[in-house]
Design a protein around this ligand. Structure first.
Ligand code: DHB
Length: 391
């Protein structure tokens, strides 16, 4: 198969890049390991920065994010049992949109199909060859076991946190940076009304909880748990009492409960690969970097990568100059490290490790007090949460 850009990975990052390339008349192919249904049912975060919303709507994916997304102008930081609302519109004149990542995938996959994009699911990439030359290649087998070889000008690794593409870069040119966390999130979906108009990020002596939403009738919530927690060991009643404990306070705030129909444990990790490119192969999204979920930067960061790489590819194919491609890694990494800092900061400020050093637990409360009691502190959080300008 001959194409200009061979994209390994058909999650939101790979599909968004494919969509933008096709709109610019740049031939591309997407090869994805999983099937459509599995990706559609993989629940991830739900917060889109305004710039991510704009990328979806302006590029003509479809308008569902505008009609079905829920605009949020703030969050509630809850600690010591008290609520501290942050108003993003007032603080930094920005908002975010709650729109589940699986909906983003559904929209992009439908747009690729509508526009005649070549996206192949259920395929396993087995080899990447010649990435240091101007004629890189990769081989994959499809669901029937047929072997294909793709000849491209550029290869993009968009294959997620366990990226195969990333592992094919030579040891001598790469450096990995990482942090492990002693906790994870227990995530649920429930048939219940909203408990509060805004999302609640709660720090409590029992650990962190996040009260998020999906619609008027379906809610998404998480609580900090052990990374090896078995979701099946928890009854609905136990889950509700654990969540309630973490938002309890003198104001008697009560979660609105309902039937729980999805339970998963989400691992935590901070990871960055440097550089994000080697020769003619480029990494985007989780393939190049992973953030812990607190603050929902993962998909937003992936879209920011896509924007930078798309502009570099567009320039490369229209002018033949690889100047912008050569600058991709450095430019994308600037934002990556800002988001790494924000995600690490939100995580450490809001979570309480089991057997936490009492000093550190109190220090985190001091930090929350510092942030919420000052307009500058609130603005710092609001600016990061709603997203820095795209480069
Ligand atoms: C959601 C997830 C997050 O990590 C976050 O910070 C906000 C919302 C969510 O799934 O709704």
């Amino acid at each position: 198969i001959k194409t200009k850009v061979g994209i390994i990975g058909g999650g939101p990052a790979g599909l968004m890049l494919s969509h933008l390339l096709s709109k610019s008349g740049i031939d591309n192919l997407v090869v994805e390991m999983r099937d459509h249904e599995t990706i559609r049912n993989t629940h991830r975060a739900g917060i889109l920065e305004a710039q991510a919303v704009k990328m979806l709507s302006d590029s003509g994916v479809n308008g569902r994010v505008l009609t079905h997304g829920d605009e949020h102008a703030g969050i509630d930081l809850r600690f010591n049992g008290e609520s501290h609302p942050l108003d993003f519109r007032d603080l930094v004149n920005a908002t975010v949109t709650l729109y589940a990542q699986n909906e983003v995938f559904v929209d992009l996959a439908a747009a690729r199909q509508r526009d005649g994009g070549d996206v192949r699911y259920n395929c396993e990439v087995t080899e990447i060859l010649d990435m240091e030359t101007s004629t890189p290649k990769f081989r994959f087998t499809d669901a029937q076991g047929t072997l294909f070889e793709v000849h491209a000008d550029v290869i993009v690794g968009a294959d997620g946190s366990r990226s195969f593409a990333r592992r094919q870069m030579p040891d001598t040119v790469r450096k990995d940076f990482k942090v492990a966390y002693p906790f994870a999130w227990f995530g649920i979906l429930t048939e219940a009304p909203k408990s509060s108009p805004e999302l609640i990020y709660a720090n409590s002596p029992h650990g962190f909880a996040l009260i998020s939403q999906r619609s008027e009738t379906v809610q998404r919530m998480y609580f900090q748990c052990d990374p090896n927690e078995d979701v099946n060991a928890w009854s609905d009643d136990q889950i509700w009492s654990e969540l309630q404990k973490r938002v309890d306070g003198p104001d008697n705030f009560q979660l609105k409960t309902g039937k729980i129909f999805d339970k998963t444990v989400l691992g935590f990790r901070s990871f960055v690969r440097e550089p994000l490119s080697h020769g003619r192969m480029f990494l985007i999204g989780d393939a190049g970097h992973t953030v812990p979920p607190t603050g929902a930067k993962g998909l937003n960061l992936a879209f920011a990568d896509v924007k930078v790489l798309f502009e570099a590819l567009d320039s490369f194919f229209s002018t033949g100059s690889d100047k912008l491609l050569g600058g991709y890694s450095d430019l994308a990494l600037k934002r990556v490290w800002k988001a790494q800092n924000f995600s690490y900061w939100m995580t450490s400020m809001l979570h309480t490790p089991v057997n936490a050093d009492p000093f550190m637990a109190k220090r985190a409360l001091g930090e929350l007090e510092t942030v919420t009691s000052s307009r500058y502190g609130q603005q710092y959080l609001a600016e990061s949460y709603t997203g820095w300008p795209h480069s």
